[in-house]
Design a protein around this ligand. Sequence first.
Ligand code: EPS
Length: 389
Amino acid sequence: MRFLTAGESHGPQLTAIIEGVPSGFPISIPQINESLAKRQRGYGRGRRMQIEKDQVEILSGVRFGKTTGAPITLVIKNKDYVHWQKIMSVDDQKIDHSRRVSRPRPGHADLNGGLKYQVKDLRDILERSSARETAIRVTVGAIAKQLLNPFGIRSFSHVINIGGIEAKSFEQLKPKNIEELIQQIESSEVRCADQQKTELMKQKIDQAKANGDTVGGIVEVVVFGLPVGLGSHVHWDRKLDGRLGQAILSIQAFKGVELGMGFAVANHFGSEVHDEIFWNEEKGFYRATNRAGGIEGGMTTGEPLVIRGVMKPIPTLYKPLKSVDIDSKAPFEASVERSDACAVPAASIVAEHVVLWEVANAFFEKFSGDSYIEIEQQLKNYLQLVRNY
Ligand code: EPS
């Protein structure tokens, strides 16, 4: 499968076209909208989120609630567009430069993009580099989620650090009841299972906001029910961990990614890092630990996939940062722009959905076919082979 997205932050809409989706998979629009609503929530979001009410429209590829095998077109309308029609006009007769940007904001794509594309209105860059685009990527991931659902593959995401306030990771939580954990995450305004840490994280966001500043953090995504052997060891671009790394780092403002123990492996001996292999009649092959985060040799192990990403504090600050005007070359202190103080909770939803897209792609490479029935049969055969190995 593949997809493209298009659309500007203050343009009329965001669009995605997904190609290669097999037929016969149920698609629920309310389920996609639920993912979109979760991405819009979260303590620390700015005024823009009060304007938008993201709802997906499906314009092709789904009929009577099921995929047909044809390309799926997804659209989210930008409600804020009504205020930006002149500024974002396609027509060269209606040029309005009143919101021209000549002052590149440190930490954004503005300056590099302006130099690279040789545009003198940096709005041309910021409109597309904006994290508004993550809304449409969540819809793509929400389709992937529904393609994986019939095979018992489930996921969740949560926040384990905001501005240095750390909460337990999935491995540290060792939850006995996943549904309970998910409920705790969903009831937290920052998507953190720990109530006390939720309050501390909110205080940190308030503190940043009061100072005209922003905070980043760490999100974690967990995917269960994966069969062994998605991805491959044979080539660089077939390794699932490499592909997941690309997916996470492609999210606006993400600066790092780790799987399982991640960077902490540097502090340990090999005997403390690797997952020993066991076998019994009931489970077949299994590991008693999951330090690898569910991937070895670029392939899934059958244990839960555990991946984290770190998001930098949003670079649009009320507190001015030094920069240089592209016309006068004179230094200035960046002007005030509307912004979020923290978008880490939203980013955890984005991370989950980009991960699900990569997982779904790897799944359909292994179990390829044009229809649900074909794919289901292949999975059954393969699981039998694994069982009898
Ligand atoms: C963003 C800036 C803000 C955020 C936006 C991402 O938008 P605006 O410039 O319109 O105030 O609200 O995020 C979204 C619109 C969204 O849907 O997540 C940026 O510069 O990246």
